[in-house]
Design a protein around this ligand. Structure first.
Ligand SMILES: [Zn+2]
Length: 263
């Protein structure tokens, strides 16, 4: 009989939590691993962490976009957890909390865009501000619309899924902008890593398709009433998307950290 290694699971969980909380340690690891960052102006940072003036300034690279994505993920998943825990207590709770179950996703999508837009377009300030203002407006607009009676009518189900699908796909436009026209963007370097952004986007799209198509319960009525319904698959894929995008955010941070211009 296979024994579950609780110590290992606990260790993995702890390391995940610490990686979420401590972006700072990530920076130190980066300095250790990258020889071009360990010696600067003749100072060996690996031995004494006596950071040179430039490295101290690099350390000041803003981290608030990382906290935005963490905050938006916590908000979205808290809304969903609240709805699924208390939504069935009565019709009023269901009607109100159900709106936040969907609305939180628009906050998560827009919040996930802050790190890539901020770090990738760090020196292309016009693009950066344009994309950030646009995504914030879309996110708040979609969130507010998702709280209305009109949005929550049963006949709007496909519209809900399609709206989130289109919204999610549109957020990829600046990423494609960076991927295909990076050499025309100020402060661009070829060592950019985008795989986690593609995987996150893929998870969201597949999740939205499950939601719109109501698969598998529509095809097999009664078989997925407790486990495996499209709504559950949808939430799992949203969680996976958020996780991929969080890892992509750390990639984006490291990318900008390594490619900061000298002060
Ligand atoms: Zn839900």
């Amino acid at each position: 009989m296979t024994k579950i290694n609780l110590t290992k699971i606990k260790g993995n969980f702890s390391s995940l939590i610490s990686s979420v909380i401590s972006v700072r340690e990530d920076i130190i690891d980066l300095i250790k691993l990258d020889p071009t960052l360990t010696k600067e102006n003749g100072t060996n940072l690996d031995n004494n962490f006596n950071l040179s003036l430039n490295s101290r300034k690099k350390k000041d690279l803003a981290r608030w976009p990382i906290f935005i994505i963490i905050l938006s993920a916590i908000t979205c998943l808290s809304f969903s957890a609240t709805f699924h825990l208390f939504g069935l207590m009565n019709a009023t709770y269901f009607n109100i909390l159900n709106r936040f179950d969907y609305g939180g996703i628009s906050l998560l999508i827009s919040g996930s865009c802050y790190p890539p837009y901020y770090y990738f377009f760090y020196y292309a300030i016009k693009y950066r501000n344009f994309y950030l203002i646009l995504i914030t407006s879309f996110g708040i607009g979609t969130f507010l619309y998702s709280l209305t009676d009109d949005f929550n009518k049963p006949q709007r189900r496909s519209l809900r899924g399609t709206l989130f699908l289109i919204f999610g796909l549109c957020t990829g436009i600046p990423i494609l902008h960076m991927a295909f026209f990076g050499n025309t963007i100020e402060g661009y370097s070829k060592d950019i890593i985008l795989i986690n952004w593609y995987l996150g986007g893929f998870s969201y799209v597949i999740g939205a398709l499950f939601y719109i198509l109501r698969f598998p319960e529509k095809k097999f009525p009664g078989k997925f009433d407790f486990f495996g319904a499209s709504h559950q698959i949808f939430h799992v894929l949203v969680f996976c998307g958020a996780l991929f995008h969080f890892m992509g955010s750390l990639d984006a941070y490291k990318y900008r950290f390594k490619n900061l211009k000298a002060y």
